[in-house]
Design a protein around this ligand. Structure first.
Ligand SMILES: Nc1nc2c(ncn2[C@@H]2O[C@H](COP(=O)(O)OP(=O)(O)OP(=O)(O)O)[C@@H](O)[C@H]2O)c(=O)[nH]1
Ligand SMILES: [Mg+2]
Length: 419
C-alpha cells in the first residue's frame, strides 16, 4: 500500500484541521522517517537531522518521471505534449506538430524548469514505419511511469492493443479523446443542438460512446478524458491533470504537480501545498553553518537558501520571466500586462535588502506552526523558540510563498478572461 494511503488509514476518524491537512497533502516522508527525525532531534538537535533532510531534498531534486504519450498517428500527441508544457508549436523546444506523419522516433521533452521530468512523444502506432508487434517492442514500454493513449475519433483496435500491453506490464494508462472541438464544430455544421446545452449533450454522447467502445474492448471502467489541446483549461483537461497527479507515489506526485501548467486555482493550491512542505526542510538546513546575522532580522539566516528557495517557488508557480513570456504569447497578451496583474515585488531581483524591506519575516511571533506550514511535523516547530533562525526562515518562506500563490491566481484570472 502507498505511504499516503497508509497514512490516511492510520488517521482513522481524526477530525482536526491539522490532521485533515496532513492526510490530504503529499508527504515526502514515511512515518518511520518522521519518527527517526523526531528521535534524532531529541538526542542531537538540528545538526543531527540535517543529513536525513539533505538526502530527502536530493531525492526530490533527482526524482525522475517519464510519461509516454502514444496512440495512432495524427491524433494530436505532440500538440498535447506542448499544451502540457505550456508551449505553442512555434516555441523553442516544442514538439513538432503537423498534418502529415510527424514524429518518427520516441523523443523526450523535458519540462522547462524540471529537467528530470519528461514527456515522451512516441511515433503513431498506425504509421508506415511500424507493425503493431514491432511498435510494442521498439517503444520500450518498461521505461515509462505511465501512459496516455490519444485518440482523435473512435478508439481503435490499435488503441486496445496498446492498452492491453501496458496493462500486462502492470502500468497505468489514461485514454484521451482529443480534438473535441472538431466534433462540436461538425455538430454545429449539421445544424445540431443549439448553444451550451447542445454542446453538453454532444459531449455526453461522445463520452458514453467512448465508454461503451472501451468497455467492449475489455476496459469496463476506463480513465477517459475529452480534451482540446489548444484550449487546455476547457473540457476534461484540468480533470485529467488531477487524475494523473493522484496516480503517483508521493515524491513523484509532488514533482508532477509542480510541472503542471497553472490551469486552475486548484492546481495552484496543490503546488502551494507541495512547496510548503519544503519550507521546514530548507529552514533546518538554513540554520547553523553558513548562516549570517541579517540586519533587520533577529536571527542568523542563510540568505543564499532563502533567495534560492524564492526563485524556485517562482519557477514552480510559472512566474519566472520565461514562463510569463510563453504564457503571454499563448494568450495574446504582453509580459508587462501579466506582471502588472501579478502585482508582486517578488517577480524582480530577489535580494537580502528586498526580503528585509518587505518585512517578510515580520509576522513571525504570531505565526503558529500550522500557519508556518509545519503541520506535517508539528513537533519540529515546538523544538525551536520564537526568533530562532528556523522559525524566521519558515516565516519568510511561508510569506513569500503566500504572495507568489496570490500572484499566480491573479495571472490565471487575467489569462482565463483572454479565452
Ligand atoms: N482542432 C484541433 N486540432 C488539433 C488538436 N490537437 C492536434 N490538432 C491538429 O492535429 C494535427 C496533428 O497533430 P500532431 O500533434 O502533430 O499529431 P501526432 O499524433 O503527434 O502526429 P504524428 O506524430 O504524425 O503521429 C495538427 O494539424 C494539429 O494542429 C485539437 O485538440 N483540436
Ligand atoms: Mg507527433
Amino acid at each position: 500500500m502507498r505511504d499516503k494511503d497508509r497514512q490516511r488509514r492510520r488517521m482513522g476518524n481524526a477530525s482536526s484541521r491539522q490532521q485533515a491537512a496532513q492526510s490530504e497533502t503529499p508527504t515526502f516522508f514515511t512515518q518511520e522517517e518522521l519518527s527517526k527525525l523526531k528521535s534524532d532531534f531529541e538526542t542531537g538537535g538540528g545538526e543531527n537531522v540535517k543529513p536525513l533532510i539533505r538526502n530527502k531534498m536530493k531525492e526530490l531534486d533527482n526524482a525522475e518521471l517519464n510519461i509516454a504519450v502514444t496512440g495512432e498517428t495524427g491524433t494530436g500527441k505532440s500538440t498535447f505534449i506542448n499544451a502540457m508544457r505550456g508551449l505553442c508549436s512555434e516555441d523553442e523546444g516544442a514538439a513538432a506538430v503537423g498534418t502529415t506523419e510527424t514524429t518518427m522516433e520516441p523523443t523526450g521533452y523535458p519540462h522547462p524548469n524540471l529537467p528530470n521530468f519528461r514527456y515522451w512523444d512516441l511515433p503513431g502506432i498506425g504509421s508506415t514505419r511500424f507493425t503493431t508487434g514491432s511498435y510494442l517492442k521498439e517503444m520500450k514500454f518498461e521505461k515509462y511511469n505511465f501512459f496516455i493513449i490519444v485518440s482523435a475519433g473512435r478508439f481503435t483496435e490499435n488503441d486496445a492493443k496498446l492498452a492491453k500491453e501496458i496493462k500486462r506490464l502492470g502500468k497505468k494508462f489514461y485514454f484521451v479523446r482529443s480534438k473535441i472541438d472538431n466534433d462540436l464544430h461538425s455538430m454545429r455544421l449539421k445544424g445540431g443542438g443549439g448553444g451550451e446545452s447542445g454542446e453538453v449533450e454532444e459531449l455526453e454522447k461522445i463520452r458514453s460512446y467512448c465508454f461503451s467502445k472501451l468497455g467492449k474492448a475489455g476496459f469496463p471502467d476506463p480513465n477517459m478524458f475529452l480534451i482540446r489541446s489548444y484550449k487546455e483549461n476547457m473540457y476534461d483537461f484540468p480533470r485529467l491533470m488531477e487524475a494523473l497527479a493522484d496516480s503517483l507515489p508521493s515524491i513523484k506526485e509532488s514533482v508532477f504537480i509542480l510541472a503542471l501548467p497553472n490551469l486552475s486555482v486548484e492546481i495552484i493550491r496543490k503546488k502551494g501545498e507541495v512547496l510548503k512542505e519544503r519550507i521546514w526542510m530548507l529552514a533546518i538546513i538554513s540554520g547553523g553553518v553558513g548562516a549570517i546575522p541579517v540586519p533587520g532580522l533577529s536571527a542568523a539566516c542563510d540568505m543564499g537558501i532563502l533567495i534560492g528557495a524564492i526563485i524556485n517557488f517562482r519557477e514552480c508557480l510559472c512566474l519566472d520571466d520565461a514562463a510569463l513570456r510563453r504564457l503571454a504569447e499563448r494568450k495574446g497578451k504582453s509580459m508587462e500586462e501579466l506582471k502588472a496583474a501579478a502585482g508582486s515585488p517578488l517577480l524582480g531581483d530577489i535580494t537580502q535588502h528586498l526580503i528585509v524591506r518587505r518585512r517578510l519575516g515580520a509576522a513571525l511571533v504570531a505565526v503558529s506552526t500550522v500557519e508556518a506550514g509545519l503541520y506535517f511535523v508539528p513537533f519540529i516547530g515546538s523544538l525551536f523558540g520564537a526568533g530562532s533562525s528556523f522559525l524566521i526562515t519558515c516565516s519568510i518562506l511561508s510569506n513569500a510563498l503566500k504572495l507568489l500563490i496570490e500572484s499566480s491566481e491573479k495571472v490565471l484570472a487575467v489569462t482565463k478572461r483572454a479565452h
